[in-house]
Design a protein around this ligand. Structure first.
Ligand code: DX5
Ligand code: ZN
Length: 229
């Protein structure tokens, strides 16, 4: 993974057809997705259950680009190796998931994967001031985690603070939740570069008719880049 701060669209397969994950990953990449965002939920850290390492391993062959795994689980550490072996390029853990985030990030990097830290809406940017050289990505939640299709919570102030804290380090700022062509300019303008979108990408399409995925991705990208279609 080479680093650049250009806008990347990362569809979340939480909004995909759960009976066709492999085909959905291939379709959304063919329609212009830069990364594929995989929302892992354990029914404990968040009030929902999705999928685990086995699903990540199963979809890996269908993803040519970055598999961006978002762990909404607690505890985290005992599962890191399994997600790395499944082929995750980025493994993101929530700072709220346990008392030892520094050790968790060390463990993620030790697998060779890129390390991400996720911040829930109520968690301040300053909470990661001692982790700036331990992360490759900061995931700013713009919904309370657990479900797709929720209303966007504006975190542009937090994004601006993080941009300052990151400086010229090769660290992505990822936005996750409620991203669509209306909200994308707000957070891209604040300094985010990776935009996760579930419902706004998968709406109106299917594995049999993926063209809407491409239209939706282009609309979000154009809005983020300030080019309104
Ligand atoms: C929520 C997940 C988000 C969510 C985004 O816990 O982390 O990735 O799936 O879905 P939308 O884009 O529909 O808000
Ligand atoms: Zn996510």
């Amino acid at each position: 993974m080479t680093f650049d701060r250009s806008i990347k669209i990362a569809p979340s397969i939480l909004a995909a057809d759960f009976a066709n994950f492999g085909a959905e990953c291939a379709a959304v990449e063919a329609q212009g997705a830069d990364w594929v965002h995989v929302d892992v939920m354990d029914g404990h850290f968040v009030p929902n259950i999705t999928f685990g390492p086995a699903t990540c391993a199963a979809i890996r062959p269908y993803i040519k680009g970055v598999m961006d795994v978002h762990l909404m689980i607690s505890p985290v550490d005992s599962y890191i190796d399994a997600f790395a072996h499944a082929g995750a390029d980025v493994i993101t853990a929530h700072i709220e998931a346990g008392p030892h985030i520094h050790r968790t990030l060390q463990a993620i990097r030790a697998t060779g994967a890129k390390a991400g830290v996720a911040l829930n809406p109520g968690t301040p940017a300053e909470s990661i001031v001692h982790l700036m050289d331990m992360v490759d990505l900061v995931c700013v939640m713009t919904v309370n985690p657990g479900f797709g299709g929720q209303k966007f919570i504006d975190m542009s102030g937090k994004v601006k603070t993080l941009r300052q804290m990151i400086g010229d380090r090769p660290v992505h700022i990822e936005i996750d939740g409620g991203v669509d062509p209306t909200t994308a300019p707000i957070i891209a303008g604040a300094g985010a570069d990776v935009l996760v979108a579930g419902s706004a990408v998968f709406k109106g399409g299917s594995v049999h008719d993926p063209a809407p995925y491409g239209e939706n991705i282009r609309a979000i990208r154009a809005a983020a880049q300030g080019v309104y279609v």
